[in-house]
Structures are given as structure tokens and as C-alpha cells.
Design a protein around this ligand. Structure first.
Ligand SMILES: NC(=O)c1ccc[n+]([C@@H]2O[C@H](COP(=O)([O-])OP(=O)(O)OC[C@H]3O[C@@H](n4cnc5c(N)ncnc54)[C@H](OP(=O)(O)O)[C@@H]3O)[C@@H](O)[C@H]2O)c1
Length: 325
């Protein structure tokens, strides 16, 4: 039985949401929280019965102290490759030393397994961490895959949703034919699934969940059905054009990371190579949504009903602050 859950990176947006989701369970576990700066934790998390352990991602002694007594450790780190790879390996080593049988990796993304090193490059550390877990005696890796965050999708990161100045309308921009699927899940939905997986000792290996899966025409239709306007659609070019543009951007301005990173994500999602439900398969076969029927998948329509068109692109701001309230 899972009675104590560790969260590394608990001060972040997803970390706080996962903590709040765990504390809403019918039998909430006790939490052990690993952060580099305890002052960033809200008071509802930093007080008894929970325990806060402070330390850096490379602090082996502190990570072992953190892991001791946990039934499972969840990582929600987000940062440079060194954090995502070496920092996670330190946590996995700590789990092995402290006798923690399961480690939920800081994935929460597309299915990166078919990729090769250098393709969708931010996912290279995740594949290496998965291999490290597979080789680590005594610690089972758990890899929660959810596509892109719905909140990120609307935020402007991908440049897909462009609101107009009136705040009452806007346009959807897209690469490809327009028939390619976007697979997305909200932060909140993802946290609920992570919490269920954490307390379910049977959940091991890859666990895929999805809020929704729609192409750009279906997303436009969802907007029409929820709001009083139909967004216009602006094609940006083929997937081959996207591939050429993203390489050209990176080659010409390698330090301007956010000018090209979203394009790389977009290319490797829309070209079908990282889909959670690949062509020829089915949601029933691939997804674990039905295992936890009390968690309702948040669809595009559900998400749009939560925000006005004006609020959509800013909805991601303050996500972590809302957790626990
Ligand atoms: N699928 C998607 O579209 C998508 C989008 C975004 C994120 N994600 C995934 O979601 C997870 C968490 O994302 P998030 O948005 O919650 O990130 P976040 O809000 O930026 O939180 C990141 C956490 O990592 C910690 N951290 C950063 N650098 C660190 C370092 N050098 N040493 C120790 N801790 C460090 C932060 O600590 P401080 O509070 O001290 O800074 C914070 O607790 C990641 O697995 C990420 O891959 C997925």
C-alpha cells in the first residue's frame, strides 16, 4: 500500500498540482517534498504532516534522505538537459539506495520512444533516463505520457492560436495538411492521472493518457461550438516546409532557443512519429484512461468552457499558484 509519496520539483507548476491531486484522494498519502528552495512552497505544502527536504539536484546525500520512507518517488523537474538526465539519475540512484520500488520519471509528454538522439532533442535525456531505469535493479520506472499540455497549446508557445485585439475572436495557424492530430492533456488532468498512477502499485512502465485528440479543423469546430465565433484558419506550409524552417532557424540562431524549439515539437508531433495513439491502433488499446474512471478527460471543448477567448492564451499563467485552493 502506498502511504508516503515523494515529489522532487514540488515547487513547480506540475509538482504543486500533483501534490494537490494526491491530497484530494480518499486516502491521501503523506508527502515528502524535495526542492532547492523551500521558500517557494506554499504553506499548505510546507507544513506538517508533510516533510520538506532541501537540496540540489546533484546532492546525493540529500536525495537519499528525501527518498527514504517513500513508497514511490515522482519527479517533476524541468530544466536543462543536465538536470533532466543527470539530476534524474541521481534520484533513481537514491531510490535504489533507499529501497523505493517505483520512480515516476519527469516525462509527461509525447511518446518519445521511437525517436533517435538529435531528432526531438529535448527528449534525448528522457530516453536515456528510461534506459537507466530499465537497467537499475530494484527500481521500476513509470513513464506517464500525455501528449502536449493543453494549456501550453493555447498559450502561444506553438503559435497556433492567435487572438485578435478585440478579445472576441482570432485565428488558428497550422503546418501540414490540417488533418494531422494534436494530442493534448491539461496540466490539471495530467496531475490527476499522475496521482492515481503514484498510489497504484500495479502501474509500471509506460502509462499513456489523453485529454483529447483533434486536428486543426476539429479544434476550430470546438471553438465554434463553445464560443460565438468561428476562428479563421491560416495555413503556414507543408510539414516539409516546417522541417526546413525549423532547421534553418536553429542553424542561423542556435542561441535563440524559443524561436525554433516549438517548431521541433510541432514537427515531431504532427508527422505522427510520437503519437500516443499511432495510425492503425486505437485509444482503447493504447490509453490507460479507463483504468481510473473517476478522472474525467478534459477535452478541447471542456477546456474552452473554462476560459473566455480573451483569457485563453494567458490561462497557463499562475497554474501552480491555483493548486491547493
Ligand atoms: N507536454 C508538455 O507540453 C509539457 C510542457 C511543459 C512541461 N512538461 C513537463 O512537465 C514537467 C514539469 O513542468 P512544469 O511546467 O511544472 O515546470 P516548472 O513549473 O518550471 O517546474 C520545474 C521544477 O523543476 C525545478 N528545477 C528547475 N531547475 C532545477 C535545478 N537546477 N535543480 C533542482 N530543481 C530544479 C524547479 O525548481 P524551482 O521552483 O526552484 O525553480 C521546479 O520545481 C516536466 O516533466 C516537463 O517535461 C510537459
Amino acid at each position: 500500500m502506498v502511504t508516503t509519496v515523494g515529489i522532487a520539483g514540488a515547487s513547480g507548476k506540475l509538482g504543486r498540482l500533483v501534490a494537490a491531486a494526491l491530497l484530494r484522494l480518499p486516502s491521501p498519502p503523506t508527502l515528502r517534498l524535495y526542492v532547492r528552495d523551500a521558500s517557494k512552497l506554499p504553506s499548505w505544502l510546507s507544513s506538517s504532516p508533510h516533510t520538506v527536504i532541501t537540496g540540489g539536484a546533484d546532492d546525493r546525500a540529500a536525495t537519499v534522505e528525501f527518498a527514504r520512507g517513500c513508497n514511490v518517488v515522482i519527479c517533476t523537474y524541468l530544466g536543462p538537459d543536465a538536470l533532466m538526465e543527470e539530476g534524474q539519475k541521481v534520484l533513481i540512484d537514491a531510490c535504489a539506495e533507499a529501497g523505493v520500488p517505483r520512480y515516476v520519471a519527469s516525462d509527461y509528454t509525447v511518446d518519445y520512444r521511437p525517436l533517435k538522439d538529435g531528432e526531438l532533442f529535448p527528449k534525448d535525456p528522457m530516453r536515456h533516463v528510461m534506459a537507466y531505469c530499465n537497467d537499475k535493479a530494484g527500481v521500476e520506472g513509470v513513464h506517464v505520457m500525455i501528449g502536449a499540455f493543453m494549456d501550453t497549446w493555447w498559450s502561444g508557445f506553438f503559435g497556433a492560436w492567435v487572438p485578435d485585439e478585440s478579445g472576441k475572436g482570432g485565428k488558428l495557424r497550422y503546418w501540414g495538411s490540417g488533418d494531422e492530430a494534436w494530442e493534448v492533456s491539461s496540466y490539471e488532468n495530467t496531475a490527476e492521472w499522475i496521482a492515481r498512477v503514484a498510489v497504484d502499485g500495479e502501474a509500471k512502465g509506460v502509462e499513456k493518457f489523453l485529454g483529447d485528440r483533434k486536428n486543426i479543423h476539429q479544434i476550430a469546430a470546438a471553438m465554434s461550438s463553445v464560443y460565438s465565433f468561428t476562428p479563421s484558419l491560416e495555413p503556414l506550409g507543408s510539414l516539409a516546409d516546417l522541417h526546413a524552417t525549423m532547421h534553418q532557424k536553429r542553424d542561423s540562431e542556435p542561441e535563440n532557443y524559443y524561436a525554433y524549439l516549438p517548431m521541433w515539437y510541432q514537427y515531431y508531433m504532427l508527422n505522427g512519429s510520437t503519437l500516443l495513439v499511432p495510425p492503425g491502433s486505437s485509444a482503447e488499446k493504447e490509453l490507460s484512461n479507463n483504468r481510473y474512471p473517476d478522472v474525467k478527460a478534459v477535452t478541447f471543448e471542456d477546456y474552452l468552457r473554462m476560459y473566455s477567448p480573451k483569457e485563453l492564451s494567458g490561462a497557463m499563467m499562475g497554474i501552480g499558484e491555483k493548486a491547493g485552493k
